[in-house]
Design a protein around this ligand. Structure first.
Ligand SMILES: [Fe+2]
Length: 431
């Protein structure tokens, strides 16, 4: 497949997902704000089109603007999410017409793409890859909005696969340097670059993400009532926000239930816990006598191959993800049980690092040595050093185009409307 064909196929595959997410609800639901944390779905849709217009129609294509008059409405830096419903946004029909007009122009730009472009922005189709990833990231955000939406279910998918192997305990990761980040992945974003050596002391990491049953044991043991397991900031937030369990959990008699896209059912004991904030993850780890991994530890566990000393693109190797490897791409609407993806394990035997749940790690958002902003400061640089913790590995709602062993996500440590879970680590090994 030529680069042109691949770019066009990825753009179209991604647009079909955006359509599933926006066609699933009626116009009233598209313009409604389902949570102050989220934009109305119709904002995400037109914002996807606006970013595509800015980068691919105007910049790459050198074409006349389609709708310069609406740029300010869809500039994420100009209006906080909570304020977006009050803006004179494009309505559902206008937004759909706009994104489709932009897309027609972009496909024409793709057709005329030079086969060996000189501009760094166009090398390996980077600008198109960036826009595909941007749309996929907003699709995951829209999926999170669906999860916060009240009312009858509108999304459906097959259940994820069941466990086929028993996975538990901890994996020892030997001390030594490994290559973190990438200088070769064509569509990697600026914050994943460049590849650099990091020396990591020996550590142990959970072979699988922490499960619902494990997390329920933390709650039952009074984990939410004991400040000693929480950081000062974490405890303050726990009290102020009244946290008592993961978001979307309710107790029915003695049993925990979770509401998933409008359907309430008993929690799946052996599936990774989802919708916890960084503070909850860190408190669980302290209760378990452990800690969260650092970002470098997580990436070493995911990518380091002790046989060759090389870092892989993914835990299973260099091949792109398939349904055999990981629970990605909204094929299922919840995390799969631990042990469902033996073919996705890392060489050291760490499972389900990619897909299922984003994993909180105990590192802030900082540039790698040698970082340079590309193609614009607002992608990553303006967020460095902010009140963020990193999330790695992608969730069931993350598309394969927006997920790699090197991919870095970040959010505020109190956020849990995202598909976030975690695994724990220690420097001293099993107790
Ligand atoms: Fe965006």
């Amino acid at each position: 497949m030529s680069l042109r064909e691949r770019v066009a196929a990825e753009l179209e595959r991604t647009r079909r997902r955006s359509e599933i997410l926006t066609d699933a609800v009626d116009d009233a639901d598209l313009v409604r704000q389902h949570s102050p944390l989220m934009s109305p779905l119709v904002w995400d849709l037109a914002h996807i089109g606006n970013q595509e217009e800015l980068w691919l129609v105007r910049d790459v294509g050198g074409r006349e603007p389609v709708r310069q008059d609406i740029d300010h409405l869809y500039d994420a830096f100009k209006h906080a999410r909570r304020d977006r419903p009050q803006l004179p946004l494009l309505g559902p029909a206008e937004a759909r017409a706009y994104v489709s007009t932009v897309r027609d122009k972009v496909l024409d730009v793709v057709d005329r793409l030079p086969s060996d472009p000189a501009r760094p922005l166009l090398r390996d189709g980077f600008a198109f890859g960036m826009i595909v990833q941007h749309e996929q990231q907003h699709d995951e955000t829209m999926l999170a909005t669906h999860q916060l939406r009240a009312g009858s279910p509108v999304l459906a998918a097959d259940p994820p696969p069941s466990a086929v192997v028993a996975v538990g305990g901890e994996v020892h990761v030997p001390a030594g340097p490994f290559d973190m980040g990438t200088s070769t992945e064509p569509w990697a974003l600026d914050n994943e670059r460049p590849a650099h050596r990091v020396d990591v002391p020996a550590f142990w990491i959970d072979a699988a993400p922490v499960t619902n049953a494990q997390y329920a044991a933390f709650i039952d043991a009074g984990g939410y009532d004991q400040p000693r397991f929480w950081s000062a900031a974490g405890w303050e937030h726990r009290v102020a926000a009244g946290l008592e369990a993961p978001l979307h959990w309710t107790r029915d008699g003695g049993d925990w239930h979770a509401t998933t896209f409008g359907r309430t059912a008993p929690i799946v004991p052996d599936a990774p816990v989802v919708h916890v904030c960084f503070h909850e993850a860190a408190a669980y780890a302290a209760w378990a006598g452990r800690r969260l991994p650092t970002e470098a530890e997580w990436e070493k566990a995911a990518r380091f191959d002790p046989a060759t000393g090389r870092s892989r693109r993914y835990p299973w190797g260099d091949d792109d993800p398939t349904p055999r490897h990981a629970n990605l791409g909204q094929r299922h609407l919840r995390p799969a049980s631990v042990g469902a993806y033996p073919d996705g394990a890392s060489p050291l035997g760490v499972h389900q690092l990619i897909g299922d749940v984003w994993e909180w790690v105990d590192s802030g958002f900082l540039p790698y040595p040698g970082f340079s902003a590309f193609p614009y400061r607002e992608y990553s640089e303006v967020f460095f050093g902010g009140d963020y913790k990193m999330l790695r590995g992608g969730s069931f709602g993350t598309d394969r185009a927006a997920c790699r062993g090197t991919f870095r996500n970040w959010d505020h440590p109190i956020r849990r409307q995202i598909f976030s879970g975690f695994r724990t680590a220690s420097s001293s090994g099993p107790a």
